[in-house]
Each structure stands twice: as C-alpha cells, then as structure tokens.
Design a protein around this ligand. Structure first.
Ligand code: PRE
Length: 235
C-alpha cells in the first residue's frame, strides 16, 4: 500500500462548501467537548463563502486529494482550525498550524471553548499560551472560552501590542470612572470616604478578576478612587 500524501494549499471561495462541511462534521463529532452549533449546514456554507470572498484567507489540507482539514485566518486571528473526524491524531492539525505560524510569524490569537480539553492540550504542545478566559457572553453559543496566543518570533513585541490594546480600553474606562466619581461628590452629605461602599466595589471587581485576588484589587481600587477624588478636587 502506498502511504497517503498530505498536501496543504491555499483555499479559495470554490472550497467554501468543503470547508463548511468539515466545520459542521467536526463540530458535531466533538459535542460535548464543544457546544452544539447554533447554525445549520446551509447557513455555515453561506458564512464560509462570505469569509473567503472577504477579508479571510483559508488553507485546505488534503490526503490523496480528499479534504481532511482546514484553517481560516482573518488579520492576526486564527478563526478556524478543524479536522475531519476520521483524520485526527496523525499530524494534520500540526501541519495546518505550521502553515499558520509561517503565515503569521509575528504571532496570532485564537479562541477555544474552555470545555475543549483536547484542543487546549494540542495548542499547549505547539507553544501557544492561554491568556484570558470569558464567561461566554460574547460568543453565539454562550459557552465559556479561552483566548490563546502564539507570540511569534518576538514575543515581547507581540505581547506589548496586546497590552497597548488593553491599555487603550483601560484609559477610556479610567476616564469614565473618574467622571462618575467627580459627578457624585457634590451630592455627598458626608464628604469622608465610604469604606462599606468601597468594600462592595472591591468584592464585585475581584469576582471578575479572580486571578488578581481581593487584596490586590483593593489596593488598585484604593489608588483609582484616591486619584479620581484628587482629580475632582483639582477641577
Ligand atoms: O459612592 C460614593 O459615595 C462615591 O463617592 C464614589 C466613590 C467611587 O469612586 O466609587 C468614591 C468615594 C467613596 O469612598 C466611595 C465610592
């Protein structure tokens, strides 16, 4: 028997149905590691067409001409990497991931469902790191997920780019929060600080940022509130 030959090639819109079918087959075979899909096969085919005709680029893995896996990239995000259910465990995923790394040598991110332990082990084996986890409110399935990153050939530059993105949001949030502290002050009967209210704020934030723990969150929020009150006084 001749060994099967794995080839990888860029995909185009003509491959969209094949890729959509791989997507649906893989998702169906992986319940409950992944939550059930919220879209049917027809909608998924249309969605895949739109992406390949738009800003996304795809790669198709074929064994002796039979499609066994695919990847889709949009910007610095690996949106999809799916394998035919019968094609797992023989290096197809690793080959697709190698292509993605070569395409994005500066690094990329992706989301996996938190419940997808197999995928998380696969990506950890291939040098990806887990960043934040979510409660799933932002994805269609409403299932908790994990953001992963492959930091590429210059990890410090890669992570600094991500830190800059977060700091842009954090700056906006600090400004919004300081404006509210300032707006509250003229209505205070007692101008001294309210430790009970600040404890409640810390407890709520610590639930959202458990990796920091309550003591650190308390120190951070003490500084935020102190400086916001100071800025309000300076006005
Ligand atoms: O809630 C208030 O009473 C505020 O003045 C706002 C605020 C805050 O910035 O969150 C500021 C100072 C208080 O000690 C508690 C909370």
């Amino acid at each position: 028997m001749t060994p099967t030959e794995l080839t990888l090639r860029p995909a185009d819109a003509g491959d969209a149905d094949t890729m959509a079918d791989l997507h649906v087959d893989s998702r169906e075979a992986n319940v409950p590691s992944m939550p059930p899909m919220v879209h049917d096969r027809t909608t998924t085919r249309r969605w895949m067409h739109g992406r390949l005709e738009g800003a996304s680029s795809g790669w198709l893995a074929e064994e002796d001409g039979v499609a066994v896996g695919y990847a889709v990239l949009t910007g610095d995000w690996l949106d999809d990497l799916f394998l035919a259910p019968a094609a797992t465990g023989r290096g197809v995923g690793a080959a697709l991931l190698d292509v993605v790394k070569a395409e994005r040598p500066g690094g990329f991110c992706l989301w996996v469902f938190e419940s997808n332990a197999g995928a998380r082990r696969f990506y950890a084996r291939h040098g990806l790191v887990e960043l934040e986890t979510t409660d799933g409110h932002a994805n269609e399935e409403g299932a908790p997920d994990v953001r992963l990153a492959w930091p590429g050939r210059d990890p410090v530059s890669f992570f600094r780019r991500l830190i800059d993105e977060v700091d842009d949001e954090l700056g906006d949030l600090l400004a919004r929060r300081a404006a509210l502290t300032r707006a509250t002050q003229p209505h205070e009967v007692d101008p001294s600080r309210d430790p009970d209210r600040e404890r409640d704020i810390v407890a709520r934030l610590a639930r959202r940022a458990p990796s920091l723990g309550e003591e650190r969150v308390a120190r951070i929020m003490h500084a935020v509130i102190t400086e916001s009150l100071g800025a309000a006084e300076d006005d």
